[in-house]
Design a protein around this ligand. Structure first.
Ligand SMILES: [Zn+2]
Length: 274
């Protein structure tokens, strides 16, 4: 049952290419579960799922594919995603690791694209580093809710796609030492992390769109990066005006690249003592 006629505009070979594509998703929460669902519909041939956590009752407001029975059974998030993917297209090859992504390097290193749906700047910085060392494009989503005035909340998010040959999230100015340090200092009272299904869904759709542009012939121009910002209050998506990257600085100074031999996970394992 492989009728993809409604997306045949992607190119005559697009479906075969998608069927041969391996993707890894790190983080199967609100954003990652949406991405997993869409990749199954689109017909990606191999999907690797990485998340150490089981579902909690507070996740049910946004975890696509999850049920109250999963909450009762403490089902791992990767198993909820696996069930959903195979329910849509049983022929998709699904691998799942209920682990931190640093412990699942075997699922990342020969993927064609890595999706990062992680909390925190530090984790995303590390995951992008790993992706670039393996020459893999990286697609990141995240959302925030901030109290801009008393009981007035701003919902915002972003989707960033970076390619190993282009600027990284540090080149673009999204990851900064100030942000990473502020996050470390805030950890003690991190508390609730507001997340909602419709914003996650928008960001996941932007991420899957960026993926389709990357891997199918549909979109002729392969952009060096994409950074789209979602204003959740106004419900608008616009290209970020923040990038510090200038084309003449084409060589990213933050990552050594694939010419650096060795296992990038060695230092990550040491850093995390995993
Ligand atoms: Zn860089």
């Amino acid at each position: 049952m492989k009728d993809f006629s409604r997306q045949s505009f992607l190119g005559s070979q697009a479906q075969e290419m998608l069927a041969r594509t391996r993707v890894a998703i790190a983080g199967l929460g609100g954003g990652g579960s949406h991405i997993a669902q869409q990749l199954a519909h689109v017909g990606v041939g191999e999907i690797r799922l990485i998340d150490p956590d089981a579902i909690e009752v507070s996740n049910l407001n946004r975890l696509v594919g999850a049920t109250e029975a999963d909450v009762d059974n403490c089902t791992p998030k990767v198993e909820i995603a696996r069930r959903m993917i195979l329910g849509i297209r049983p022929w998709i090859k699904v691998s799942a690791a209920q682990k931190k992504w640093q412990e699942a390097d075997y699922l990342i290193k020969d993927s064609h694209v890595v999706f990062g749906c992680l909390d925190g700047y530090q984790q995303r910085d590390y995951l992008e580093t790993a992706a670039r060392r393996y020459c893999i494009p990286y697609i990141d989503i995240g959302m925030d809710v901030t109290e801009v005035a008393r009981e007035t909340f701003a919902v915002a998010g972003q989707m960033i796609m970076t390619r190993p040959s282009g600027p990284c999230m540090r080149c673009l100015g999204f990851i900064t030492n100030e942000r990473v340090n502020a996050e470390e200092n805030r950890y003690g009272d991190a508390g609730a992390n507001p997340q909602v299904v419709w914003t996650n869904g928008t960001l996941a759709s932007l991420a899957v769109g960026a993926f389709i542009k990357l891997v199918t012939p549909w979109f002729g121009v392969k952009e060096p990066y994409s950074w789209l910002e979602l204003d959740g209050n106004a419900q608008t998506v616009t290209p970020s005006r923040q990038p510090k990257y200038m084309p003449q600085n084409a060589k990213c100074p933050h990552h050594s690249g694939p010419e650096d031999l060795g296992d990038p996970f060695f230092s990550l394992r040491t850093a995390f003592a995993v």
